[in-house]
Write a protein that binds this ligand. Structure first.
Ligand SMILES: Cc1cc2nc3c(=O)[nH]c(=O)nc-3n(C[C@H](O)[C@H](O)[C@H](O)COP(=O)(O)O)c2cc1C
Length: 296
């Protein structure tokens, strides 16, 4: 279960199979799927099944979001053979999700969160962890840690912000140190980890057991190995990433989804500004290929 110290965080619309492959290749020790709706799985929605890990993937968590306990059990049972552990999303701050009581809204009802964790622990064969924030409106992280431990979660990952903060301000790494004092299960750190050294720091200085990287990996899979890529590494990886996505999603969807990742890859390049102006006009693999050749 979740072997390793530095892994790739779940990111909706980003961390598909291709993204995970690229990050694994450059050192991500473990990965997660994008968040997958339990209700959509139960309704047999094809797109949700496409988000599940592929057969060759190892050390990967399936992240589920939702509210209803029976739906959680049913969905988790359906997918448990596809991954190494189940991760419960109790951190998503998006309105569409929280208005159904899911994601970070679960932090407003810790009894219910406990019931979900217990139900999954009783009904699935693989480990069950949970990804949380510090709280919904205020920071109640100690109470959250107590709850998830009481429910026998196998690990907890804390994004060191509240729901109310969304992505503003700075993630409060000091809270990892506070929380580790009362946390007997593995504690994962998330939030503003923008380099390999940041990841090492939250582990070595802030006492987290492992770290996950989200935004810092967009267009920078080398973050997982502390490698400084040259222009040819960047060009080759862009092409490799785009080709994998075309295989996974077909050209049209792949190119549409890849554009925002491409912006990440151009960060810091000499002609990034000029290149970015051309991104809206990329519609095919050939359009992308031509532009990649002009990267400096
Ligand atoms: C575009 C995007 C999509 C995200 N999707 C998910 C998700 O599906 N599940 C989840 O638990 N967290 C999700 N997150 C939160 C990240 O996993 C992470 O906790 C947060 O971004 C803070 O880490 P960072 O500073 O490394 O980005 C998402 C974040 C971003 C930026």
């Amino acid at each position: 279960m979740l072997n390793g110290k530095i892994g790739l965080a779940p990111m909706a619309d980003y961390t598909d199979y291709s993204y995970r492959e690229i990050c694994r290749k450059h050192g991500a020790e473990f990965t997660f799927t994008e968040m997958i709706s339990i209700e959509a799985l139960i309704r047999n929605k094809k797109e949700s099944f496409n988000m599940l890990p592929k057969k060759n993937e190892k050390n990967i968590g399936i992240q589920l979001f939702g509210y209803n306990i029976n739906s959680f059990i049913k969905a988790a049972k359906m997918v448990q053979n596809n991954g190494d552990w189940i991760d419960i999303n109790a951190g998503c701050p998006v309105k569409k999700v929280i208005k159904k009581g899911a994601g970070s809204a679960l932090l407003n009802d810790l009894n219910h969160l406990e019931e979900i964790i217990k139900a999954l622990k009783d009904n699935v064969e693989i480990p069950v962890g949970v990804k949380v924030r510090l709280g919904f409106n205020g920071d109640i992280a100690e109470r959250i840690i107590e709850s998830v431990q009481k429910a026998n979660a196998d690990y907890v990952i804390v994004h060191a912000r509240t729901q109310k903060q969304l992505y503003s301000g700075k993630a409060d790494w000091n809270r990892f140190k506070d929380l580790k004092k009362i946390c007997d299960i593995p504690l994962g750190a998330s939030g503003d980890i923008y380099s390999y050294n940041d990841a090492k720091k939250v582990i070595e200085e802030y006492n987290a057991d492992f770290a996950i990287i989200a935004r810092g990996s967009i267009g920078n899979p080398w973050i997982f190995s502390n490698f400084n890529p040259g222009i040819d590494d960047i060009k080759n990886t862009i092409i490799e990433h785009a080709k994998l996505m075309i295989e996974e999603h077909g050209e049209e969807k792949a190119i549409r989804r890849f554009k925002k990742i491409f912006i990440g890859y151009t960060k810091g390049l000499v002609n990034a500004k000029e290149i970015r102006k051309k991104i809206p006009y990329i519609n095919t693999y050939n359009d992308l290929f031509d532009i990649v050749n002009t990267l400096e």
